[in-house]
Design a protein around this ligand. Structure first.
Ligand code: SF4
Length: 388
């Protein structure tokens, strides 16, 4: 075969059939903002017909030691460093495409009511930062036959998403077109919305149980990845063991009748423009997680049966620092109890967490009924929808 013939053959080589997609095994590290967007990725890749989607395990010391060791490139907060363990673990799984999105902005229920819904810059750059640790000595992905794909992901601009995702995936997914990617993006959003709706319904069930039994609940204000037991150290679980239902701010119910009960008066008084307006307490509303934490604090300050707020934050978190005082003030101004577990890192101080939890439980048991009464006295009649 001469040189020209071989070129012609190369050009004419047909695209692999759609069926070949079943051999694609996508690995996704369960890190940072994947915690709030995983269902989008499941819906997206299922729509494209890939063979399987594999997530890494929860963060753990073993994972970090075994797979992340020697791959951390610079000092950073622990949730970013933990990515090395997640990526390393996936390299030992049966995958051929490692998908680690650089999430620039997030989908948020506050969109349209805040300035922007951006990710923390460390979150966005974590991928390049940790990837460098894998390529420092050798081409590790290539050697293992794994394609590394890391698209730029502006969730807040859904019209741009198909382009970025298509450009990064078209080489790896046979026959992938821009139109098909746009359809898969829609499927991804549909899956994410379904999941969030179910989570909010669950939270409403818990809230109704609290109302019916006049029992207090705890609200967690943290970043979504503090749900990872290796990052948040399962502190919320400790409270559940004492019989306190635990709600997370990012899955609070958003039913209009409930928000009208809590925020309606303030809208009519001209203090806020909508149920989701946080400009009365937070003007630089650029960061998605921060905005939602602030809104969660406002919700907790008004909702009678949330009598305690637990604030979790990671060591070295520059994003959380300016929020500590405002969040505490918002919560405590209503008489709601506020407790902070700041500077969480890879080590879980189990003993001291236990002692603190026991102390917090003591105060919750002692003061919750007074807090419920005081908060109820500031609101109108309890909506009938809460009493079912
Ligand atoms: S928000 Fe804080 S903990 Fe999270 S990645 Fe950014 S700096 Fe790290």
């Amino acid at each position: 075969m001469n040189f020209l013939t071989s070129l012609t053959l190369l050009k004419k080589r047909p695209l692999k059939s759609q069926g070949d997609r079943r051999s694609i095994k996508v690995g996704i590290p369960k890190f940072l903002n994947i915690w709030g967007t995983h269902q989008f990725w499941v819906g997206f890749f299922q729509s494209l017909g890939v063979g399987r989607i594999v997530f890494s395990s929860d963060t753990s010391e073993e994972q970090y030691r075994e797979y992340g060791k020697g791959r951390i490139t610079m000092d950073s907060c622990f949730p970013v460093k933990a990515l090395a363990g997640h990526m390393g673990e996936l390299l030992h799984k049966d995958i051929n495409l490692l998908f680690v999105p650089m999430i620039y902005s997030l989908p948020s229920f506050l969109k349209g009511h805040v300035v922007d819904t951006l990710s923390c810059t460390r979150v966005m750059m974590s991928v390049e930062n940790i990837k460098a640790g894998f390529l420092r000595e050798r081409k590790e992905f290539e050697e293992r036959g794994i394609a590394f794909v890391s698209p730029f992901v502006p969730f807040a601009e859904p019209e741009l998403l198909p382009k970025y995702l298509w450009e990064s995936l078209k080489e790896h997914i046979p026959g992938l077109t821009l139109e098909e990617t746009a359809r898969a993006v829609k499927e991804g959003f549909r899956a994410l919305e379904d999941f969030e709706r179910k989570m909010r319904e669950k939270s409403l069930e818990i809230i109704r149980w609290c109302v019916k039994n006049n029992r207090p609940a705890i609200l967690v204000l943290a970043r979504p990845y503090h749900m990872d037991p290796g990052i948040g150290h399962d502190i919320d679980g400790e409270f559940q063991q004492y019989g306190f239902p635990v709600l997370w701010y990012n899955y609070l119910p958003l039913d209009a009748w409930l928000l009208e009960w809590l925020f309606g008066e303030e809208i009519r008084a001209g203090i806020i423009r909508s149920y989701f307006d946080i400009s009365d307490v937070w003007t630089s509303s650029y960061s998605s997680n921060t905005n939602e934490i602030i809104w969660g604090a406002k919700f907790s300050a008004r909702f009678p049966w949330i009598t305690g707020v637990i604030r979790l934050s990671s060591y070295e978190c520059g994003m959380d620092q300016p929020t500590f005082t405002p969040v505490q003030k918002i919560v405590e101004s209503s008489g709601t109890l506020f407790f902070k577990f700041g500077e969480l890192d890879e080590t879980k101080p189990a003993g001291s967490v236990k002692i603190r939890v026991e102390t917090i439980v003591y105060y919750l048991e002692k003061y919750s009924q007074d807090i419920i009464k005081k908060k109820l006295s500031r609101l109108g009649a309890v909506p009938s929808q809460l009493l079912v």
